[in-house]
Design a protein around this ligand. Structure first.
Ligand SMILES: [Zn+2]
Length: 257
């Protein structure tokens, strides 16, 4: 499993983090993270964790966010923000992506940033301010490649037009997720087409299903089953009843006496 940690910057009511018209930065960041996570779920073998408060009510401290990601052993850390220059409407504009300065992790973070950044720029249709280096907490205190995307300026008359369009923020999220998938070499889950006449394993309770998946998972971990695709099929409710039955027999037969 590949673990991807997401952080939408700040909370809804964090002071200062707003446009000159009092729109909240978190609400822009939230839309991006929401779209990114939904899109990344279309790839095989991905686990995702959201580090900010998805309701926006609290501004989860940065230390809590990075500790959580470190404990969870995330493979990558993506923080989504929107920039501000002076808090007064102006004509400055553009997307920039940050990585930490002078860290061992830097080269991998830089690689991650360079796959994500062009997607974010293209999605926003704003000027490319490039990849930059900064000593930000989320970049410094994370044990995995980490990037922070500033998807446009909240106090820019140009950028705010894009940020007020939910479709555009959604494309930014999808773009960032595509960059993550590219960096991690993820494979899209193929569309499932049920075969007519085949019955699929669908127990009446999720407990039973989870029990069955645990059995398959253990058998795979112990090498009794050589192919992890059975676990994936079961998890996606795409395992046929016949295969399920024969898998049970196989596990039983191959178990050490
Ligand atoms: Zn921010």
């Amino acid at each position: 499993m590949i673990k991807v940690a997401w952080s939408a910057g700040h909370g809804m009511n964090t002071s200062g983090k707003r446009t000159p018209d009092d729109e909240r930065e978190w609400s822009f960041n939230n839309q991006v993270v929401h779209a990114a996570m939904a899109y990344l779920a279309k790839y095989e073998g991905v686990q995702q964790l959201r580090l900010d408060d998805p309701s926006g009510k609290t501004d989860v401290p940065l230390m809590t966010r990075t500790n959580k990601a470190n404990e969870w052993q995330a493979d990558v850390y993506i923080s989504c923000h929107h920039n501000a220059l002076s808090g007064v409407w102006g004509a400055h504009s553009g997307v920039e992506t940050y990585v930490m300065v002078n860290l061992e992790e830097n080269s991998t973070s830089l690689k991650l940033a360079s796959t994500i950044h062009p997607h974010a720029v293209k999605a926003m249709g704003l000027s490319d301010r490039g990849i930059k280096f900064a000593n930000f907490h989320e970049l410094r205190e994370t044990n995995m490649p980490a990037v922070l995307v500033e998807g446009g300026f909240m106090d820019s008359r140009i950028d705010i037009m894009k940020m007020r369009d939910g479709q555009i923020l959604q494309s930014q999220g999808v773009g960032i997720a595509r960059g993550v998938a590219e960096y991690l070499n993820l494979k899209l889950i193929e569309d499932f087409k049920p075969i007519e006449g085949v019955r699929y394993l669908k127990p009446s309770t999720s407990t039973l299903m989870n029990e069955f998946i645990t059995l398959l998972q253990n058998a795979t971990n112990e090498g009794i089953l050589g192919d992890s695709k059975w676990v994936a099929l079961a998890k996606n409710r795409q395992l046929s009843l016949d295969d399920a039955l024969c898998l049970l027999a196989t596990i039983e037969n191959r178990k050490q006496p």
